[in-house]
Ligand binder design. Structure first.
Ligand code: EPU
Length: 442
């Protein structure tokens, strides 16, 4: 049973050792649940993590008439969309407040009901996070978008038709929006500059199981031939590579040794290269990856976050904690989000030396073309970390605070843990299993 307290007191210094099981990816399982809306028959999704973002999507599906039941097997959900119905605004609003996933309900609901309502979107506070690509794509399919003070109301009086869409940036969410809408639209959709993250490929695999015709072409182009009818799917969710990378960083920064069961090499290659360059070691096994500190000093790196197959933006926060212990100056260019270094303030309070350049480092040689709003963090190490009182600001930043506290001298008090529960399954129990020294409060 997961310890549910929202506050934890951590005494740093214990190496984390042992095994953690990583289940389905937050950023796939939630989308796969939405895809079930498109089927005429029930779907079965396996390895669904017990995280609060899944609870949000489950609630939203239920208010739209989808019957969601848990099977005897842990993590297995049965999703029956036979009686999809229009939900009341108040019900949608009550469930959607803390997540960005509701925007992905648009296409499936337009197909099923001819209308959709999307309240103000939540998600982590990591910049503006606009939805213009989503709305432009939906308009291209023929949806009418009506914004008012409560949210966005969409209708499709003439149904939805295939479209030619060129995304301004390979956005993960907008690519999923196009896929979930195009599969049942009339005619063919050509999507250019699409995101090709492994979670997107897994979503495409699910849609193919449902009866969709989708081909992934060279150069980020995806062709979708609309079909009249989709059925349910049975699918085991791709593992959560963000969680796997987070535990890897936890092993390294605490001088520990963690076997991450369920992690796979192919989706983590870029991360593994950086982990090795920093001085971490790993052994790839058939059923997971062992991450450990092999001794010796950690080395600085320069990295740029990027879309797949680049270094994921969700990996930089735990890595930055590791870099506070590397011997020299590291630079992290954040090119995906405009405001994803807020978590470094608390690390500096703990003794780190991190300088954030809010407009990036323009003269620094870079591989990825500059975006208007990028930032850079310069991390000088090694610095001894000491305990602090921290209120978690967002999901990935929060996890990085926890691992910083685990590696620090002295005691840290960390609150607002529920934000971490949006994406890390039973993480407090996992910490206990790995030998962390802490008490839950309240
Ligand atoms: N963007 C726009 N307009 C849009 C959509 C996106 O300008 O309409 C911009 C964003 O502001 C951002 C960039 O495009 O600067 C990339 O955003 P993207 O759409 O790719 O991200 P997302 O779909 O909102 C998902 C994950 C994130 C992950 C990113 C990048 C989910 C629920 N979220 O977000 O995960 O960081 O892709 O891989 O799948 C997390 O798990 O902690 C998390 C934030």
């Amino acid at each position: 049973m997961e310890l549910r307290s929202d506050r934890i007191v951590i005494r740093g210094g214990n190496p984390l050792r042992g095994r953690v099981d990583v289940r389905g990816a937050k950023n796939l399982a939630t989308k796969a649940m939405v895809a079930a809306l498109l089927g005429e028959t029930p779907s079965v999704l396996r390895d669904v993590p017990d995280i609060s973002d899944v609870t949000v999507v489950r609630g939203l599906l239920q208010v739209h008439g989808v019957l969601v039941t848990e099977s005897e097997t842990p993590g297995e959900l049965l999703l029956d969309p036979s009686n999809v119905e229009t939900a009341h605004f108040a019900e949608i609003d009550a469930h959607a407040g803390s997540s960005r996933i509701p925007i992905l309900f648009c296409g499936p609901l337009l197909h099923r009901l001819g209308e959709a309502f999307i309240p103000d979107l939540g998600g982590c506070r990591i910049g503006d996070r606009p939805i213009d690509f989503h709305l432009d794509a939906l308009r291209a399919f023929g949806a009418i978008v009506d914004k008012n003070y409560e949210g966005i109301h969409l209708t499709a009086p003439n149904g939805l038709s295939g479209a030619d869409i060129h995304l301004p940036y390979p956005s993960v969410g907008a690519t999923e929006q196009v896929l979930l809408t195009a599969v049942r639209a009339r005619g063919t959709t050509e999507l250019r500059n699409a995101a090709i993250e492994p979670e997107i490929m897994d979503l495409i695999a699910i849609l193919q199981k449902m009866g969709a015709i989708i081909s992934v072409e060279p150069n980020r182009t995806i062709l979708i031939e609309g079909v009249d009818r989709l059925t349910g799917y049975t699918h085991r969710s791709l593992f959560d590579r963000n969680e796997a990378a987070s535990w890897a960083a936890a092993a390294l920064v605490t001088h520990g040794d963690i076997f991450v069961a369920g992690a796979r090499q192919s989706e983590l290659m870029t991360f593994l290269n950086v982990f090795r360059k920093v001085g971490g070691a790993f052994d790839i096994e058939e059923d997971g990856i062992r991450f450990y500190h092999p001794g010796g000093e950690l080395k600085p790196v320069t990295i740029e976050t990027d879309v797949h197959p680049g270094f994921m933006t969700d990996w930089q926060q735990p890595l930055v904690v590791v870099l506070t212990q590397a011997n020299g100056v590291s630079i992290v260019h954040e090119t995906v989000y405009e405001n994803r270094f807020g978590f470094t303030e608390a690390l500096n309070e703990m003794g780190a030396n991190i300088v954030v350049h809010p407009h990036g480092l323009p003269d620094h040689p870079r591989r990825v073309a500059r975006r208007d709003f990028e930032q850079a963090a310069v991390v000088t190490g090694p610095t001894r970390l000491h305990g602090a009182d921290i209120r978690v600001p967002d999901l990935r930043g929060g996890f990085s605070h926890v691992i910083a506290a685990l590696s620090a001298e002295g005691t840290s008090r960390i609150s607002n843990l529920d934000l971490i529960r949006r994406g890390y399954e039973h993480f407090v129990d996992k910490l206990a299993d790995l030998g962390a020294d802490f008490d839950v409060e309240g």
